[in-house]
Design a protein. Structure first.
Length: 328
């Protein structure tokens, strides 16, 4: 979450007239995250989250995001529920940009992750995959293996070498070499379905030590199910941003297996998927580190964390013989 588009009381109050959720009492911008503008609203009827979608989000993808949250909410999954306006529309426009309102979920994200937290997260990822098995809509993942080459080109073209060298000398060459290896052995035939694709600690809420919500479905898409788990491994299983914690990893996988059993192929390719996940987040962080507008109320993520993670998974993958099984 973040704030790129600034709003005032009058603008939000006028916007709320489209809905039946009460009158505005107060609002605050939410600076965590990097993609869209988000506001916590308090009204006479309760609490809500207003999201304004910024440039990186394609408007044609918004019905997919809205529909999957509606689908999961109907199945009592822990996620935001889109709120319709007085005319039963979910998507609106504010300051010339697409916008939606969802209900407010109780709880907050954790900064100190325990082994038990990882089990709960793994379990909920698998439960989400199960509950969306009958979700028929599809959306291509533009940030999976097939989208990485485009990201590499964008970084090569738009980030000066002196800035890249300050971050890490030859980092784009390292990323290109990783991409060349991973695309050669990418397991296209693993089970696919709906994935969240962004289950980071700041997108998971806990209340009274129970997982109370998963938010921010605006990267969600159709892809390899275990790629969702690989993203979570990157996000949840490192201490101090660079020390891999095997116990957290095993707990995350055990939690997933408690709801949906991973196949032997899914487990075998998990390190390769994890390497691509670290590459994907490194690339977007590199790009955003340079291109985030200076006047945006947002905290861009330091790419150094994912340089360390990419190096870790490169070493793991190098010890595995994918050459004999790449026919997947």
């Amino acid at each position: 979450m973040a704030v790129y588009t600034n709003l005032n009381d009058v603008q939000i109050s006028d916007f709320l007239k489209l809905y039946r959720i009460g009158k505005l009492i107060s609002f605050t911008g939410i600076t965590e995250g990097i993609e869209n503008s988000n506001f916590h609203l308090k009204t006479t009827n309760g609490e809500f989250i207003l999201t304004i979608f910024e440039k990186r989000v394609n408007k044609k993808d918004l019905p997919f995001f809205i529909n999957v949250m509606k689908h999961l909410s109907k199945k009592k999954f822990f996620c935001p529920r889109p709120i319709s306006d007085a005319k039963d529309n979910y998507l609106q426009e504010l300051r010339g940009k697409p916008a939606i309102i969802v209900n407010y979920l109780q709880g907050k994200s954790k900064t100190r992750i325990t082994i038990e937290d990882c089990y709960k997260v793994g379990s909920k990822i698998a439960l989400m995959h199960i509950k969306t098995k009958d979700f028929s809509s599809e959306r291509e993942n533009s940030l999976s293996i097939n989208g990485c080459q485009n990201l590499i080109k964008k970084c090569n073209v738009s980030i000066p070498n002196d800035i890249l060298n300050k971050i890490e000398p030859n980092i784009l060459k390292e990323i290109q070499n990783s991409f060349n290896y991973c695309v050669k052995f990418w397991p296209y035939n693993l089970p696919k379905g709906f994935i969240h694709a962004d289950i980071f600690p700041d997108n998971v809420f806990f209340h009274e030590n129970k997982l109370s919500g998963i938010i921010d479905f605006y990267f969600s898409c159709t892809d390899i199910l275990s790629y969702d788990l690989a993203i979570a491994i990157n996000a949840w299983c490192f201490d101090q941003e660079k020390i891999f914690n095997q116990k957290k990893y095993q707990s995350l996988v055990d939690g997933y297996n408690s709801q949906r059993r991973l196949s032997s192929d899914e487990i075998f390719y998990l390190p390769l998927l994890s390497k691509v996940a670290s590459m994907r987040f490194l690339l977007t962080r590199l790009y955003d580190w340079v291109h985030t507008p200076k006047d945006a109320d947002v905290l861009p993520k330091n790419p150094a964390e994912y340089i360390n993670k990419l190096k870790h998974f490169r070493e793991v993958v190098e010890k595995i013989n994918y050459h004999e099984t790449y026919q997947l």
